[in-house]
Design a protein around this ligand. Structure first.
Ligand code: ARG
Length: 453
């Protein structure tokens, strides 16, 4: 085993099991680009402040870039007993460029270094996640625009409630996903400050130019307290919490995809490429993508809870427990990145059974509220008209018919206020078109909304 960089005060080498147990290289190796970027910025600043020579900074930069290229080409692998990615790269650098490599860590600790790497990694990944989210929103928007007049029942308690359109339904999720996007971007922008210069916890006596490092990394600023700079992980908690809320929305939609593609609903027919069969039952076509999304939501919540619990009892500042933060953060990021392409593909390829949606809207007395409202417009009080409409629904159930199929004479038996115009008033089209206030399901309103986003 190579001698540890911190071995000066130790008489014995680290136990082999402890070394493996302690090592984070197998998971933090994914931050090699961010680690190298941070080190190049730090060493350039050290040279500009005269703390190391320009020649050393140049050698460090060249060495680090060659390490990056070799990792990328597969020439350099992570099979090392190094403690973490930071040690791995620094050791490799020193092997390549000699003493200059040993000057890189001047005025820096792994505590501020790892906090920086995690922030940079989170910001890089947030861009990819938001890109995937944008594609999903665009897919739903296109689907909505071609279903402005596709009627379906809206539900409460999973009971048919009032008629809406499929475009209106999809727009509800578009709104949720737009908020998710804003949350992810805001969390990433709050993470976008550099902790370098916090040192191990108490800053450093070197005259570092913290702002220059931050701006060369394109970061929005610097952390303002050195203890907080190394001890804080709420940027990770906030980001995973934004991913969790996003997953909640994907999971609710998944639950509906599972229901709507069942034989009981038949609103959706999933594309063959986005569903799976059964090894035993030949007729089966299963919504695995939606089910996995629902399942993985639990997994991401697990990551969030792990982060919260991990951090809640830690005294300031750095504690090794915090190494575990990375695995939860990475898992949440990997999970959401894994979900998005399949989920969006499933949505864009499935067949929408407009006929089934519309007949479900027609069959469920979803126009009963409009019938009551019709009588209100004829001058009756709503509480009374609500009761009349309820009685009519009961009558229809007994006689196996629907409100709009009742003859006017029958309607008049329940209230003399009914007139010929009732049939138009309770048609699906009128029910939906009449709800044209902001946020309502009227096709024109939904179209205007979709064009505005
Ligand atoms: N691998 C460590 C982590 O991720 C880096 C920081 C180590 N710092 C220390 N004082 N041991 O947390």
């Amino acid at each position: 085993m190579a001698k540890k960089m911190w071995a000066g005060r130790f008489e014995k080498a680290t136990d082999k099991d402890v070394n493996d147990y302690n090592s984070s290289l197998r998971f933090d190796c994914r931050m090699y680009r961010q680690d190298i970027r941070g080190s190049i910025a730090h060493s350039a600043m050290l040279a500009s402040r005269g703390i190391i020579s320009q020649k050393d900074a140049d050698d460090i930069r060249t060495g680090l870039l060659s390490i990056e290229a070799d990792i990328e080409s597969g020439k350099l692998t992570f099979d090392s007993d190094a403690e973490d990615i930071h040690m791995f790269i620094e050791e490799e650098l020193t092997n390549r460029i000699g003493d200059a490599g040993k000057r890189l860590h001047t005025g820096r600790s792994r505590n501020d270094q790892v906090a920086l790497d995690q922030r940079l990694y989170l910001i890089d990944e947030s861009k990819e996640i938001v890109e995937g989210l944008d594609k999903l929103i665009l897919t739903l928007k296109e689907m909505a625009l071609s279903n402005l007049t596709t009627f379906m029942p809206g539900y409460t308690h999973l009971q048919r409630a009032q008629p809406i359109t499929y475009a209106h339904y999809l727009s509800a999720y578009i709104e949720m996903f737009r908020r998710d996007k804003a949350r992810l971007e805001q969390a990433a922008s709050r993470a976008d400050i550099s902790p370098l210069g916090s040192g191990a916890l108490a800053g450093t006596t070197y005259d570092l130019d913290r702002e220059a490092v931050a701006s060369s990394l394109n970061m929005g600023g610097v952390t303002l307290n050195s203890l907080d700079g190394v001890a804080d992980r709420d940027f990770a908690i906030e980001f995973v919490s934004a991913i969790s809320i996003f997953m909640t929305h994907l999971s609710r939609m998944s639950e509906e995809i599972i229901l709507y593609s069942s034989q009981e609903f038949k609103f959706y027919e999933l594309d063959d490429a986005y569903s799976t069969g059964s090894s035993m039952m030949p007729q089966k076509k299963n919504p695995d993508v939606a089910e996995l999304t629902r399942g993985k939501t639990g997994r991401v919540y697990g990551d969030l809870v792990a982060l919260l619990v991990m951090m809640k009892g830690l005294p300031l500042t750095y504690n090794k427990d915090m190494q575990e933060v990375q695995e939860a953060l990475f898992d949440a990021i990997d999970t959401i990145k894994g979900v998005l392409p399949s989920f969006t593909g499933m949505m864009s390829t499935m067949t929408i059974r407009k006929d089934k949606m519309e007949s479900a809207a027609l069959e469920g007395f979803t126009n009963a509220t409009d019938l009551a409202d019709y009588l209100v417009k004829k001058g009756l009080p709503f509480r009374e008209t609500h009761a009349i409409s309820g009685k009519l629904v009961h009558y229809c159930i007994e006689n196996n018919t629907s409100l709009e199929k009742l003859p006017l004479e029958t309607l008049k038996e329940f209230s003399p206020a009914f007139e010929d115009d009732v049939f138009d008033a309770i048609s699906l089209k009128t029910c939906v078109e009449g709800r044209s206030l902001i946020g309502g399901p009227a096709p024109e309103t939904v179209k205007r909304y979709l064009e505005s986003i």
